[in-house]
Design a protein around this ligand. Structure first.
Ligand code: ZN
Length: 300
């Protein structure tokens, strides 16, 4: 067996962690294979080709539209493609990613187009739309359930195998960098989705950018850590409000290292950071922590 294909259960056959190239650092991501169902196609071209030779892949389930999760899909064009209706447009037409990242007419637009070329991305046709609680029966033993978990994108889905209690969480990724920096993201929904995952009776998880995490206690611990990162961001944004008497406008929070403590891909991160801060403000408004005043916001 290739060393990037790792069985996930000693009790149930046919469930594999498929490790993404470069340990799934962007622009790669991890996958999971369950019978002839592959979740996400961002492991790398080379790995996808190898995987395809070893296993029949007749179905491809996407967690969401981001390029690092769908890039190699065209290599599996004979398979059936599935995704949530809300993520269908950018999966079928990669140019639709540009406005969703809010980078049209910025230098990032060119960078993203170069990456799309580098990854040799192609448009594909989605065959079937999936929805919350759909179940795929795989062989005699496996039942893979769709968990609609929006927030990271509008149509993000996780997948949960009911018998082995193994779940693939996509980009509820349990890394130190929770992300909701596209126009169709929502922090309110992201937090609800994380709570939904935490409520599961779950034994093993794999995420898009973290390897295998085993044991309910360890998984809960990782989820709590992830939530605390979001809380830290809440607090840093609210600290700006305490420091100022005048209403705060979104633009006052630009390039302040609130979410990215250091800018590595500066042009992109400044745009994404501002979008993410906007999602926090949306949450604060809904919770009544801040109120609108003139063109900005004040603490309530
Ligand atoms: Zn993503």
């Amino acid at each position: 067996m290739e060393d990037f294909i790792i069985p996930l259960s000693s009790e149930f056959d046919g469930i594999y962690f498929i490790e993404g190239n470069q340990r799934a650092r962007y622009p790669y991501s991890h996958s999971m294979l369950i019978g002839d169902y592959l979740i996400d196609t961002g492991i790398s071209h080379k790995r996808l080709k190898t995987l395809k030779k070893r296993f029949p892949i007749n179905n491809v389930l996407f967690t969401h539209w981001h390029e690092d999760h769908i890039s190699g899909n065209y290599l599996l064009k004979d398979a059936k493609f599935y995704c949530h209706s809300k993520d269908k447009a950018p999966i079928e037409n990669v140019n639709e990613m540009i406005p969703l990242y809010n980078v049209k007419n910025t230098p990032v637009e060119d960078e993203l187009n170069s990456l799309i070329k580098l990854l040799r991305m192609q448009n594909i046709k989605v065959d079937t739309i999936i929805a919350d609680n759909d179940i795929f029966k795989i062989g005699d033993q496996l039942k893979l359930k769709v968990l609609f978990t929006p927030g990271h994108t509008a149509g993000h889905c996780a997948y949960y195998e009911l018998n082995s209690k193994i779940a693939f969480l996509g980009d509820i990724d349990l890394t130190r960098h929770p992300y909701y920096g596209n126009l169709d993201a929502s922090l309110i929904k992201f937090e609800e989705s994380i709570a939904k995952i935490k409520a599961l009776d779950i034994e093993t998880v794999v995420t898009g950018h973290r390897g295998i995490i085993e044991g309910k206690n360890k998984i809960d611990e990782e989820i709590d850590k992830y939530m605390s990162i979001l809380q830290g961001r809440d607090e840093r944004i609210l600290a700006f409000f305490s420091e100022r008497s005048r209403p705060i406008e979104l633009d006052n929070l630009r390039e302040k290292n609130i979410i990215y403590r250091k800018y590595t891909f500066k042009d992109f991160e400044i745009i994404a950071e501002l979008l993410m801060i906007e999602k926090h403000l949306e949450k604060f408004l809904k919770e009544g922590i801040i109120a609108e005043k003139k063109k900005g916001y004040i603490l309530n």
